[in-house]
Write a protein that binds this ligand. Sequence first.
Ligand code: HEM
Length: 468
Amino acid sequence: MLVSDLAWWLGLLLGAVPLLALAVWHCNDAFYRAAFALLRWRNNLPPLPLGHMGIPFLGETAALQVRGRGGHHRSHLFGSSTIIMSLPAGNKFVLQSHDSFGLRWPVPELVGLSSMFNVEGAQHVRIRGFIVAAFSQPRSLRNMARAIQPGIAAALQSWAAKGTIVAAKEIGKVMFHSICELFIGMKPSPLTEKMDEWFVGLLDEMMAVMGLPLDLPGTTLNHARKCRRKLNSVFQEELEKRKKRVTSGRTNEEEDGDEDDLMSRLMQLEDEQGNKLSDEEVLDNMVSLVVGGYESTSSAIMWAVYHLAKSPDVLAKIRMKYTAKVVEETIRLANIAPVLHRVALRDIEYGGYTIPQGWHVVLWLRAMHIDAKYYPDPLAFNPDRWDRMNGRSSRNHQELSNNLVFGGGYRTCAGNMLARMKITMMIHHLSLGYEWELLNPDEGVSYIPQPMPAAGAPMSFRKLSTGT
Ligand code: HEM
């Protein structure tokens, strides 16, 4: 009797449960299609893109699939109805249609509601104009290079003195010090160490692509909010210091050396009507710029060092002014921004399908940047491919325009020139004065939230006997 009961339950488990799961899976997709069919009938719209909405609530989050479904497809990810775009034309269409697609940050207040990342229209244009100028004009870039050069040189010497380093950790430290120097004129100190930790807390939440935004004690969101509050109080104090200096009429370059740092310049920015940024705008944008420029550049430099350790032939060419191509190839392979997020502001027709209003749009840049159609032997570190891509034929031009590592359209990375400058500087100093070797060349790579050697690329590091 017991055995037959057990067999019955086993039969149910093996037969009925999968059938039920399959039925729920199909019903969920049918529900979305039915809801859309009504809208389509009323507004005469093309169909939804192909794809599947997965299981209720979770959708396809757990089994994220991009390839094999064509240029764009429907899904349900991170709690939202989603269209995933993975071809260059679709990605560019979305990035350039700013009246049709808005921004979508899961917890916008972490960078701040008046941050350049969150504002739209005239407010965005005003702040962006200033930031792009500050980070792209040759004179500003030269000044910034001059300001961070001594810190970089000192850091490399200290690595050589240690003999072995974990590249991801040490590069992160140097980059954070350079940010503190350029942005708020702060030299390394116990406070900057703390700020580094707080920014990492903030970034952990912002990059937790699969995480649910739950603010409970112990969650990453809860920790990130605390980090943001602590960062706010440091930046607020710096802001007050600068205000006092202005009211007391002191220029004070000698005192703190922060006359020309980013915060001082943001505070002086005026629009055509003579309006300055509010304190909140200054703080939010300071935090956003660190968020945008810290881990992205550190990660790119770490990958440059990693690939160069594995490619002595490329390293030899660097000494022959090959660096710009190494920088481009490193950023392509590093996939620092593997996806971008937007939301459809209205029903949009694209490629014979409808992207419904309110749906989340995920631009899958990584799929494009490692696609053999655009980058032959895509996973190989091959800076020479940029010779071909920088050629003048229309095919070359098209290939180059498929490179969206810094995004595209009106929100193209505002710090791309600064990032390129910092990576170039690090490669230059490293290749001229040092040699390094990966301690574990077969170290695994973790891909979430972005590619990173699992142990942070430990390596031996020495000064070249001919180095400066
Ligand atoms: C290799 C390093 C970097 C990569 C790969 C990168 C990538 C990107 C991408 C893909 C976007 C577009 C986001 C979107 O359209 O939603 C972006 C935007 C942005 N990035 Fe970067 N970035 C890097 C370094 C930097 C640096 C150094 C800074 C400044 C310190 C910076 C500041 C920004 C800002 C402010 C935006 C927003 C622009 C806007 O909304 O108008 N980034 N970045």
